[in-house]
Write a protein that binds this ligand. Structure first.
Ligand SMILES: C[S@@+](CC[C@H](N)C(=O)[O-])C[C@H]1O[C@@H](n2cnc3c(N)ncnc32)[C@H](O)[C@@H]1O
Length: 273
C-alpha cells in the first residue's frame, strides 16, 4: 500500500498541527506501515481514500485515530538503566533529606507512552523506599495518545515487552501471569495517575514537581517547540527538582536556565539558582 507525495504532505501537516511532531519527508514508508491496518479496518481500497476522507471533514475522531497511529511510542521498562540508578542512589535520598517528611514528593512522567516508564519508577519506590511508596509520592503520568494511556492504565504487557528491561525479581514481585500477558499488580497500578495531555498546547496547574521525566519526545519536535516545552517544564519544576531527558536529548542551546549534572553515567538537569 503506497502513499503519494501530496497525501503524505497533508499527513505531515496534520501531525504537525495536532501533535507538533515533525515527520521527516523520507518517512512515507512509516505512513504506509502504520496506516494500512486502519485502511483495512475501514474497508477502504487505498491510503489515498483514507486521506481524502480526512481532507473532506473537520477535525474528527478519525483524524485523531490517524495521528495516534503515526505517533512513535517506543518505550521499555527501566529504559537506559542509569537514570533509575541515579534516582535510587542519589536523587531520592537527597530529596527525602531535604523535605524531611514536610510534604509529599511529586513526580511527573511526561510522554509516558504505554506506562513502562512510570511503572518502573513505582516499582523502584516500592523496592527502595517502601515508606514513601504509599501516600508520600504523587506519580503523575501523561501522554497525548489516548490509545497508549488506555494500555498504560490496563498494565498488561506481552512477554516481549517484559523481556525488555524488567528484572526477573520485579517480574516475580509485581506481576502475575495471565495467558500470554503479564498483568501488573494493583498495588503498583494504583500508584500512578494517568492523564491525557498535549505537551505543547496544554499546561499543568499543579505547583511543583521534584522529578520530571521528559524522555524521548523532544527529539520529534522542531527547535521552537522544544524551547516552548522546556519553558513550560521550567514553570512546574521545583527549584530543587531534577529533569531527565532522553539519552539523545539536551537543554544545551535551547534553554540556559538548566544546569547539567551527572551521577555515574546518568545525565540530568536542575534549574540554575
Ligand atoms: C518514544 S515515546 C517515549 C516514551 C517514554 N518517555 C520513553 O522514553 O520510553 C514518545 C511519546 O511521546 C508522546 N507524544 C508525542 N507528541 C506528544 C505531545 N505533543 N504531547 C504529549 N505527548 C506526546 C507519544 O504519544 C509517545 O507516547
Amino acid at each position: 500500500m503506497s502513499i503519494n507525495s501530496c497525501d503524505f504532505n497533508y499527513l505531515r501537516q496534520l501531525m504537525r498541527q495536532y501533535s507538533s511532531m515533525v515527520l521527516d519527508s523520507d518517512k512515507a514508508y512509516l505512513a504506509e506501515l502504520r496506516l494500512a491496518p486502519l485502511v483495512a479496518k475501514m474497508k477502504l481500497n487505498s491510503l489515498g481514500e483514507l486521506i481524502s476522507k480526512l481532507q473532506t471533514q473537520p477535525l474528527s475522531r478519525l483524524h485523531i485515530e490517524v495521528v495516534e497511529a503515526m505517533l512513535l511510542t517506543e518505550t521499555s521498562f527501566f529504559r537506559d538503566g542509569y537514570p533509575f540508578e541515579a534516582i535510587a542512589k542519589f536523587i531520592l535520598p537527597q530529596l527525602i533529606s531535604n523535605q524531611r517528611g514536610k510534604r509529599r514528593l511529586n513526580v511527573w512522567c511526561a510522554a509516558c507512552s504505554s506506562g513502562q516508564e512510570p511503572y518502573s519508577l513505582a516499582m523502584l519506590l516500592c523496592e527502595h523506599f517502601p515508606e514513601l511508596a504509599h501516600g508520600q509520592v504523587q506519580l503523575l503520568a501523561t501522554d497525548l495518545s489516548s490509545k497508549m494511556l488506555d494500555r498504560a492504565r490496563e498494565g498488561s504487557y506481552s512477554q516481549v515487552e517484559i523481556a525488555r528491561g524488567l528484572p526477573k525479581q520485579l517480574l516475580m514481585n509485581y506481576f502475575h501471569n495471565s495467558g500470554y500477558e503479564w498483568q501488573l499488580k494493583d498495588c503498583i497500578r494504583e500508584m500512578v495517575e494517568f492523564r491525557q495531555m498535549n505537551l505543547v498546547t496544554d499546561s499543568l496547574t499543579q505547583s511543583f514537581f521534584d522529578i520530571i521525566f521528559l524522555r524521548n519526545v523532544l527529539i520529534y519536535f522542531d527547535v521552537e517547540t522544544k524551547k516552548k516545552v522546556l519553558d513550560k517544564v521550567k514553570q512546574v519544576l521545583s527549584p530543587h527538582g531534577y529533569l531527565f531527558l532522553g539519552s539523545g536529548e539536551t537543554t544545551l542551546n535551547l534553554d540556559d536556565s538548566f544546569q547539567q549534572l551527572q551521577f555515574n553515567k546518568a545525565v540530568f538537569y536542575k534549574l540554575r539558582s
